[in-house]
Every structure is written in C-alpha cells, then in structure tokens.
Design a protein around this ligand. Structure first.
Ligand code: WQD
Length: 342
C-alpha cells in the first residue's frame, strides 16, 4: 500500500516513514521544509537502505497536491504537516488557522476526488486542556484549547468527523499524541528544532551540549509532588508505530465510512524534574537549570489512559523514559559531531 506522508521529513513524520517501510508499506514523503530539512531524507535512506520518493510541495497548494495525488494513486494518507509551536500560534493565530485548517481541507477534498479511503490525522492531547481528572481517556471532554495551535487540532478533528459522517467513502483515525521525545536509536534521524527549542527535551539536550547556557524550569510551585508540571512523555518510535497500527485497524474495518480517536501515550506521568534527573542519571552528566516563573498556558498535569489503543489497535508503548532520554542525547551528540543537516 502506497501511503502519502505529509510532513514526512519532520520529527514524527520521518520516524513514521521508517516504521511504515519496516511494516511493508510504500511511504511517499511530501514536505515544504518549513520546519524540516531535505537532509533528513539521507538519514531515512541510511536506516532503511531505501531512497523514498519526495515531493517538495506545500499542502496549501491545491493544484500542486492534486498533481501528486493523480500521479501516485495513494492508498492512504498520514497527515503530519502543520504548524505546531504553541507560543507562535498565540502571536500569529490567523497564520495557524489558515495553514492547519486549509491544508486539511485540501487533503480531504483530494481524498474524495482521487478515491483515497484511508486517513490518519496527527492530533494532540492539547485538545483536553487542563483535565478535571486523570488519566485522560478518549471520552474525557475536550476543553477550550489554551492556544490557537491546540484549537486547530480540535477543529481539524471535527472537520474529519463531519466529513466521514457525510458518508464520504473515507475511514479515518485521529491520534492524540502526548509528549513525543527521543530519537531513532540509530541516531540517523531525530528532532531538529530550528531556532530556540520550545519543548523541554530538545532544550535539555542543547543545554547538555553547551549550545544553551541553562534550562529554565517554568514553575516549581504547582500542586504536584515536586512542584513541577507532569506530562506523558512517549518515545517517538513508539508513537510512529501507532500510526502503522492505525492503518492496520482502518484496513481491517469493513465499514465504508469509519472514524475514531485514540490517545497515544505511555499511560504514565513524569514531572519536569523527573525528566531532568533521569536525563542526568542515564547520560552520566549534570544539567545546569534553575526554577523560573510559570509559563503562561501550561497545563499542570496530563497523562493518558491508553487502554483503548492497547486493546483496539494492539499497540502499547515499549520504551521507557530513560531509553527516550538516552536516545535523545545520542542524537544531540551525533548532530554536534557531523556537518549540520542541510
Ligand atoms: C513540557 C513541560 C513546560 C521547556 C506542547 C504542545 C503539544 C506538543 C508538544 C506539538 C511544561 C516545561 C518546557 C523549557 C520547561 N506540540 N518546560 N522549560 O507544552 O506539554 O506540549 O508541545 O507536537 O501539543 O502542547 O510540551 O515540552 O513545551 O513542555 O520547564 O525550556 O516542560 O513548562 O511544563 P507541552 P513542552
């Protein structure tokens, strides 16, 4: 089966290309390199031995996308391509709504036109906001998003649901990611934050590498055991494998129109401070950090209940926090030892 992977040169997209290939699918990468680099394709080739087809196309370009669909005759789409920086979305909401909603609408329209029946969407636990109870299940009510980024994810889920309810011949799954971290164990691909990392783990690895002077821990006065926020950190390779399982689930269903949502998390919460101390222990180093004021918009505690994906998709996170942080550090060291990925 030939699968279009939009944003396939990105962090989660590239790791999913590897897992699709290993599972016998034919991934085709489409990326505009807004938040990724063409050199990632070399890393994919080193891991798999395969040179994947690549289209440098923007999903906002309907005609360009249409031509790719016409040429490739896809069996399915996994849609990663979106703007994902929470803070940037607050400063530039219209750019986020235009891009994240517009690209999805183009893709669904083209799935209809080219009779592509299988669709997996990259959603986020951010749709839950600050949950009233933990762990969150798929029936935990979604809350008004704390950022335009989060709101685009919630609206995109509704767009897909309504498209399927219109009896469009599409079978779709939205995967609600928790916090993806780590890198492929080979250190040939990993997270490539362009500019100052907004997320915790890439910032940690850059402090450990001496690229950044110190990690600011945004708040240690929360109502948690050690005062810092709690998240469900999931290894990116485990997350990538969940996309293969989602395709398998869709292919097994005999319904013409199908839609469902799955949490993709480990089911375990870890605090920011636990991540720091685990990183130090597993990588035998000391991190320079200090406690700073809270970051506006941060959720205090969230982690998944992953029973539904465990039972219905036969998927379970395999890697530990320590493994994720060891892989993240190995990737950072690789980045420093070689010519920059271009
Ligand atoms: C985690 C914790 C910070 C940086 C967001 C999106 C989510 C997904 C991942 C795209 C928080 C603390 C962070 C730092 C810190 N987006 N932190 N110092 O905000 O949980 O999730 O990014 O895929 O949809 O919502 O992730 O890594 O930014 O923050 O103390 O330098 O680490 O305050 O408590 P977040 P994060």
């Amino acid at each position: 089966m030939k699968i279009l992977v939009t944003g396939g040169a990105g962090f989660i997209g590239s790791h999913t290309v590897v897992e699709l290939h290993d599972a016998g699918y034919q991934p085709v990468v489409l990326d505009n390199f807004y938040n990724s680099k063409p050199g990632v394709m070399d890393g994919l080739e080193k891991i798999t031995g395969k040179k994947f087809p690549l289209y440098q196309t923007d999903c906002n370009d309907f005609d360009g996308l249409d031509a790719v669909f016409a040429k490739e005759q896809f069996d399915g789409v996994i849609h990663f391509a979106a703007y994902k920086a929470v803070g940037e979305s607050v400063e530039q909401p219209l750019m986020y709504y235009q891009n994240n909603l517009g690209t999805l609408l183009n893709l669904l329209e083209l799935c209809r036109k080219h009779r592509v029946r299988n669709f997996v969407f990259s959603s986020s636990c951010t749709v839950y906001g600050e949950p009233d109870s933990l762990p969150v299940t798929e029936s935990t009510p979604r809350k008004p998003a704390t950022s335009p980024y989060g709101n685009t994810k919630s609206i995109c889920e509704d767009i897909i649901r309504d498209f399927v309810l219109s009896k469009a011949p599409v079978r779709a799954i939205s995967l609600r990611y928790f916090n993806p971290i780590g890198a492929h164990p080979s250190a040939e691909i990993g997270e490539l934050p362009l500019g100052v990392p907004g997320n915790l783990v890439p910032y940690i690895t850059q402090v450990a590498a001496g690229i950044r002077g110190k990690l600011s821990v945004f708040g240690n006065d929360y109502d948690t055991p050690d005062g810092t926020c709690i998240r469900d950190f999931i290894h990116v390779t485990d997350l990538a494998k969940a996309h293969v399982k989602a395709l398998e689930k869709i292919n097994k269903t005999d319904e013409a129109s199908y839609y469902d949502v799955f949490n993709v998390g480990t089911g375990q919460g870890h605090s920011v401070l636990e991540v720091i101390t685990t990183f130090e222990q597993v990588n035998h180093l000391r991190l320079n950090y200090s406690f700073e004021p809270r970051r506006p918009g941060d959720v205090i505690k969230i982690y998944a209940q992953s029973d539904k994906i465990n039972s219905e998709l036969n998927w379970k996170a395999e890697k530990t926090l320590a493994e994720s942080l060891s892989d993240a550090w190995r990737w950072q060291q690789k980045l420093m030892s070689e010519a920059p990925i271009s």
